[in-house]
Design a protein around this ligand. Structure first.
Ligand SMILES: CC(C)(COP(=O)(O)OP(=O)(O)OC[C@H]1O[C@@H](n2cnc3c(N)ncnc32)[C@H](O)[C@@H]1OP(=O)(O)O)[C@@H](O)C(=O)NCCC(=O)NCCS
Length: 195
């Protein structure tokens, strides 16, 4: 194992917070509006209909034993997106982060991913690893992972289906609780055996 330079941010000036939303109650309409108004070009379903979102809400995809969802709030910009956690009964949950189109391309994703990581490790004591996956051409998300000290752990070739096109690779990143706690990034030798 090798360790790189310290990446842990100081939290004093972080402008992003996460507010748990109520998908079946007061936040239902706003959640449907957010998901249908925005386009998510790097998701398997880039455009969602109101029926899609309503069905997902009713199926518990935004909140049940495995899932929870938060508004991403910014001190200057207000509500800038959603964060959905998945596999919450596991010791290695995943996330789905969606910024509003107006707030993409400004580097805000870094503060959001840091806030999400703080939330997961500080509120879920059994969690050892926090994971994320994206498609290979989602460079903004992949750079956000790296900026936050996450480590690439897998590159699943042709693992991400693309409607009407050839599949692309799915790339998996993760951060360990101990790295989050110490503010370091532990790496490993990718090809540790010879043929
Ligand atoms: C993915 C997402 C969270 C990234 O957050 P963001 O704040 O918009 O990220 P940015 O566009 O500022 O890009 C981050 C970095 O990638 C770089 N980048 C973005 N697109 C790039 C491209 N096509 N080529 C090269 N670099 C690129 C930016 O220059 C920036 O670099 P920097 O760190 O050196 O400043 C956000 O764009 C989003 O919510 N997108 C829609 C939903 C989504 O795809 N979610 C990911 C699935 S979990």
């Amino acid at each position: 194992m090798r360790e790189s330079a310290t990446l842990r941010p100081t939290l004093a000036d972080v402008a992003v917070s996460l507010t748990r939303l109520d998908p079946t109650g007061t936040d239902r309409g706003a959640l449907v509006e957010f998901m249908t108004r925005n386009v998510f070009p790097f998701h398997v379903r880039p455009r969602l209909t109101a029926a899609d979102v309503e069905q997902a809400i009713d199926a518990g995809a935004y909140r049940d034993e495995e899932h929870d969802t938060f508004w991403v709030e910014h001190t200057d910009h207000g509500r800038i997106g959603t964060l959905r956690l998945e596999d919450l009964s596991d010791d290695a949950p995943l996330f789905d982060l969606r910024l509003d189109g107006r707030f993409r391309g400004r580097g805000l994703g870094v503060d959001v991913l840091r806030a999400a990581t703080d939330l997961v490790f500080s509120t879920l004591p059994a969690v050892r690893r926090f994971e994320g996956q994206t498609r290979e051409d989602n460079v903004a998300m992949r750079r956000t992972f790296l900026r936050c000290g996450w480590v690439k752990e897998a590159h699943y070739r042709e693992g991400w289906p693309v409607e009407g096109g050839d599949p692309v690779a799915s790339v998996a990143y993760a951060i360990l609780r101990r790295d989050w706690a110490s503010g370091t990034t532990t790496t490993f030798v990718w090809e540790d055996l010879t043929a």
